[in-house]
Design a protein around this ligand. Structure first.
Ligand code: NAD
Length: 428
């Protein structure tokens, strides 16, 4: 694909247009929902460690807040563009709506490379970002979170700046904070566990016992690890994981037909998340090419690494027994591959439903922060299960009723909820 020509916002709008046609939305609603409601673009001047002043470009896009305050991460990336932020904020609107949490969609960013910045310089960027937006973000307006290359530390600096400006404690301004400083228990597990709650429900729909299934996973990071843990606890067998090897600049699949052992694999994983091949071999793992995960003889595939992994090419290699694909990663399946999955009758839990456990738990963090009262981990995970299960059921019920592909049904639910909110408020 020509990277220059790829515009994620054009893609987000094309996806929207398709569903808008299906829902026969009126022109006013279409115009409102296919564009962000508000966009902020600003400069953040920073006195660098060497005494010079560097000016960083910052963004915040609030796509739609008809259902509640905007919600979405802040990315620090050298190639950040306003169109990427627009697209991501649009997808956040649909993601919050599909799990039916009372939040809208937002996203932000700063063009910078944290690898080349000292901690002090990063702190000044965080504080500068908040200073530019202090009147336009907050617990009842727009609630940021970490994303690519931003961490809990960045969120704490931002929270502190916001509190300095407004003269009070507002932990509900931002999520992704450390536990003990306004963070929520269960956030680490939330996305991976959420994926498995939807897998459990999908298997019920398909009439397959979870204990009789095998899974191949792409990725061995946060989402993959907690998905594997919960799925194995429920009695399923994970036969392989695929992950990136920093040293070789290549990916490998680590396979063990009688089931991978998470704790053993974690014990031989380096700080970049790569698994030690020699030790894995000694422990009885087969080392296969990175894309071998997709062609395994399993019932379930969980892509939980990165986008564009199930393509027109790789989808052809999917094993005959695969009944379910649960998209832990964002955008792992290309439109071409989607057609193949649909033709083969493979049940797909689309990314913005399958991995919505993360944002749902962030919503719980915001609720707890606003109350200044924090729940036990079990309570968080129980509430997460309830939310994910009912979101899954709503989408799969609609898919059955209107004979829709799961991804289309999820979009139809999300977009119609937001359209209704805009209409009920009298905006359109
Ligand atoms: P992570 O950085 O913790 O893990 C990524 C994993 O992918 C690593 O194990 C890495 O080795 C592996 N990987 C990278 N390139 C690979 C390749 N070519 N082949 C095989 N494996 C490869 O990231 P994460 O937080 O687990 O996120 C994974 C995906 O889930 C991303 O698409 C992310 O946007 C999405 N997501 C994450 C969350 C969350 O809460 N963490 C929420 C929603 C969506």
């Amino acid at each position: 694909m020509n990277k220059e020509a790829f515009n994620p916002f054009a893609m987000a709008q094309a996806q929207f247009d398709k569903v808008a046609d299906f829902l026969e939305l009126d022109s006013g609603t279409r115009e409102l929902l296919r564009n962000p409601m508000r966009e902020y673009q600003f400069s953040i001047p920073v006195r660098m460690d060497d005494g010079s002043v560097k000016v960083f470009r910052g963004f915040r896009v609030q796509h739609n807040d008809s259902r509640g305050p905007s919600k979405g991460g802040i990315r620090f990336h050298p190639q950040e563009t306003i169109d990427t932020v627009r697209a991501l904020s649009t997808w956040m609107t649909w993601k919050c709506a599909v799990v039916d949490i009372p939040l809208g969609g937002g996203k932000g960013g700063v063009i910078c490379d944290p690898h080349n910045l000292s901690m002090r310089e990063q702190e000044l960027i965080c504080r500068g970002w908040v200073r530019q937006l202090a009147r336009n973000v907050g617990p009842v307006q727009d609630v940021p979170a970490p994303d690519v290359m931003t961490s809990a530390q960045h969120m704490l600096w931002m929270m502190d700046e916001y509190e300095q400006i407004h003269g009070g404690h507002y932990p509900g301004f931002i999520t992704g904070k450390p536990v003990g400083m306004g963070g929520s228990l269960g956030r680490t597990q939330a996305t991976g566990f959420g994926v498995i709650y939807t897998v459990r429900e999908a298997l019920k729909e398909l009439g397959i016992k979870l204990e009789d299934t095998r899974v191949a996973v792409q990725g061995f990071g946060n989402v993959a690890q907690y998905a594997i843990r919960l799925y194995q606890e429920m009695g399923g067998k994970v036969i392989c994981v695929s992950c990136w090897d920093q040293e070789d600049q290549n990916s490998y699949t680590y396979r063990k037909m009688d089931g991978v052992d998470m704790d053993v694999l974690l014990g031989i994983t380096d700080r970049f998340g790569g698994i030690d091949k020699a030790k894995a071999k000694e422990l009885g793992y087969e080392i296969l090419p990175g894309d071998a995960w997709i062609e395994q003889d399993v019932e379930i595939l969980i892509p939980a690494a990165l986008e564009n992994q199930i393509t027109g090419e790789t989808a052809k290699k999917i094993g005959a027994n695969v009944k379910l694909v649960a998209e832990g990663a964002n955008g792992p399946t290309t439109p071409e591959a989607d057609k193949i999955l649909q033709e083969r009758g493979i049940f797909v839990v689309p990314d913005f439903l399958a991995n919505a456990g993360g944002v749902t738990c962030s919503y719980f963090e915001q609720v707890q922060s606003n109350m200044n009262y924090f729940w036990e981990k079990e309570e968080v995970l129980e509430k997460l299960d309830t939310k994910m299960t009912s979101a899954f059921r709503a989408v799969s019920d609609l898919a059955k009723k209107r004979k829709l592909y799961m991804r289309d049904a999820a979009y139809v639910i999300a977009i119609s909820r937001v359209a209704h909110a805009c209409r009920d408020r009298g905006w359109v």
